[in-house]
Design a protein around this ligand. Structure first.
Ligand SMILES: Cc1cc2nc3c(=O)[nH]c(=O)nc-3n(C[C@H](O)[C@H](O)[C@H](O)COP(=O)(O)OP(=O)(O)OC[C@H]3O[C@@H](n4cnc5c(N)ncnc54)[C@H](O)[C@@H]3O)c2cc1C
Length: 495
């Protein structure tokens, strides 16, 4: 008899949905988290009169009551739907390149076509064709992901799904500014249009245009706390401030874990929400890892991290000039150059500005605003900075994000009441992920779920992988992945 039926390493999105799914199905489950709160990236913290959202900019996958997308149904199954209050964003985003364009794209297909035609006249037909292709590719991709046999899937997916997004844009449009506005979300996937498979971008546009972008009242921490409560109410056991140090094996299969206080806990199944390099590195007997998995891991590249200014501002969004919850400000339309700059400390070329009080989530006091400025950066840039130069480098780089936001909110520096800066090193410290990567591995075409064995089969009996390192990063994919992996485990147990 084992101590528990299953152990979940890490209480990020996927760890929480996995643990809640298992425990609610009756499996005695232990959840182990090295930090002192649940959520991983999906968390918040306080500074002065403000609470700061760490990671959630726009939640996809929610949909409406009666027209649910996947997450509303998942939250319902896990018993947390009633505890979450979703706040809808009316617009997809405002896209600004000073001197070139300033366009607000509403979060619905027809409104988006009108706004883009208004800003770039003469393109209506092309935009409609492009959106139709995005919908078609998404429809058939979802069918294929749900197991539809390849010979029944419409060829539109095979013709366009893995093409670089840049090719599809070039085929439809001439105007570089229009292409840039339509490609704005590429930073959410961490790869520029030239490297991004069209099907990933199509899915993202579909998710936000069809089912809208959302915030959560109380931030992503409210969601993480509700998921933890669902797990605990069902009888689950959680240890915070505790890391799994070793995954124990016996006769070639998983047998439990050793915690960092030396305690050993036995279980036949372990779901890891930690990074893949860490998870496989924790196995007490590396020889249990099949060579095909080792070969697979050796070809993967650590993905991008982030650099964020969390700010409490003593002014309202209207006083500051924020008209949308989400604004992207870029230096120009050269996405490849921006991507290359993530490996340098040159001034931030593009930022995502999230204003959490245009549609308030309740984190700023009345008359004030909580705003985050974010750009992406690879961790190795920051790992190379010697400790003595770190603080200076961090604040110098932060100034470049403030320079960028001044284009839409002049004088913002004068109303800063609280500010906290997070670098890739901060992410690495809090998450334990190499490079502080926030979406797991680089999400280019070679990382697609079609090509990666380790995602489908971790190769070690009793080991299961869930989270951004074993599929797509981001909120919706990881929340769904934890539930999916747990259900697969449950099915295998009853088979
Ligand atoms: C600043 C920022 C902005 C972001 N913006 C967005 C956005 O707008 N939209 C979006 O969709 N996504 C966004 N993301 C990405 C998204 O938040 C993540 O991809 C997603 O939350 C990852 O979830 P996960 O399940 O993989 O777990 P993670 O959040 O990566 O958490 C893993 C957990 O495992 C724990 N752990 C690791 N090792 C151990 C161990 N040995 N023992 C015990 N515990 C361990 C860690 O402490 C952590 O809690 C952002 C992320 C950040 C940081």
């Amino acid at each position: 008899m084992t101590d528990v039926d299953a152990i979940v390493i890490g209480a990020g999105n996927a760890g929480l949905t996995a643990a809640a799914t298992l425990q609610r199905a009756g499996l005695r489950t232990l959840l182990v988290e090295r930090h002192n709160v649940p959520g991983g990236c999906a968390t918040s913290f306080r500074r002065g009169r403000f609470e700061f959202e760490v990671a959630l900019h726009q939640l996809s996958g929610v949909g409406f009551e009666g027209q649910d997308f996947t997450l509303r149904g998942l939250f319902d199954k896990l018993g947390v739907a009633d505890r979450l209050e979703f706040v809808q964003e009316e617009d997809l985003y405002r896209a600004v390149v000073p001197g070139s364009h300033d366009v607000t794209v509403p979060a619905d297909w027809a409104g988006a076509v009108d706004a883009l035609e208004g800003a770039f006249p003469g393109n209506r037909d092309r935009i409609e064709r492009f959106f139709q292709l995005a919908r078609d590719v998404t429809f058939w991709q979802m069918a294929a992901m749900r197991g539809m046999p390849a010979d029944e899937v419409d060829p539109v997916l095979f013709r366009h799904g893995l093409r670089p997004f840049r090719d599809v844009l070039d085929e439809h449009f001439d105007d570089p500014a229009l292409k840039s506005v339509l490609a704005t979300y590429w930073t959410y996937l961490g790869q520029p249009p030239s490297r991004l498979p069209f099907q990933d971008m199509a899915l993202m546009l579909f998710a936000y245009l069809e089912f809208k972008p959302w915030h959560i009242k109380g931030g992503s921490q409210a969601m993480s706390t509700a998921l933890l409560d669902s797990f605990l109410t069902a009888g689950g056991d959680v240890r915070f401030n505790t890391a799994v140090e070793t995954v124990l094996t016996e006769r070639g299969r998983v047998a439990g874990v050793r915690l960092d206080d030396g305690q050993e806990v036995s279980a036949r199944d372990v779901i890891s929400n930690a990074s893949l390099p860490l998870t496989y590195g924790m196995l007490d007997d590396p020889s249990v890892v099949p060579s095909r998995i080792r070969a697979d891991l050796a070809t993967r590249r650590i993905g991008v991290s982030g650099f964020v200014l969390h700010m409490g501002l003593d002014a309202t969004p209207a006083e500051l000039g924020f008209t949308t919850s989400t604004t992207f400000v870029n230096a120009d339309v050269d996405d490849d150059r921006t991507y290359a700059s993530w490996r340098t400390l040159e001034p931030a070329r593009g930022i995502c500005v999230s204003s959490y009080d245009v549609a308030p989530i309740g984190f700023a006091p009345s008359g004030a605003t909580h705003v985050s400025l974010m750009t992406l950066q690879y961790g190795d840039v920051w790992e190379k900075i010697p400790p003595a130069g770190y603080a200076q480098a961090k604040f110098a780089y932060a100034e470049t994000l403030l320079d960028r936001v001044e284009a839409i909110a002049p004088g913002i520096r004068d109303v800063i009441e609280e500010v906290d800066v997070a670098t890739p090193r901060t992410m690495a410290r809090y998450l334990g992920h190499p490079g502080g990567a926030i979406y797991g591995y680089d999400q280019d075409r070679t990382e697609n779920w079609l090509f990666r064995d380790s995602v489908r089969d971790p190769g070690v009996e009793g080991l299961h992988l869930a989270g951004s390192w074993a599929g797509m990063g981001g909120f919706q994919p990881t929340l769904e992945a934890g539930h999916r992996v747990a259900r697969r485990l449950l099915r295998a147990q009853t088979a």
